[in-house]
Design a protein around this ligand. Structure first.
Ligand code: SF4
Length: 64
């Protein structure tokens, strides 16, 4: 499982960075996962960031 931000949906509100700054950052104004933190699913606030993204741009992608 891997955390991903869809740059086509994100509009740069910054909510994810405020909720889980150890996992999310902003690049060129858009939300992004900090390199190396894509599998930080155990961080409690990641779920909050996923559910709280106003653009529904954050997904947890299954890697089969
Ligand atoms: S909370 Fe959603 S819309 Fe806001 S910066 Fe993060 S990914 Fe983008």
């Amino acid at each position: 499982m891997r955390i991903s931000v869809d740059p086509e949906q994100c509009y740069g509100s910054g909510d994810c960075v405020h909720r889980a700054p150890s996992v999310f950052t902003q690049v060129d104004g858009l939300g992004a996962v900090i390199p190396g933190r894509e599998r930080a699913l155990d961080v409690p606030r990641v779920r909050e960031a996923v559910e709280g993204c106003p653009a529904a741009a954050i997904t947890v992608v299954r890697e089969d």
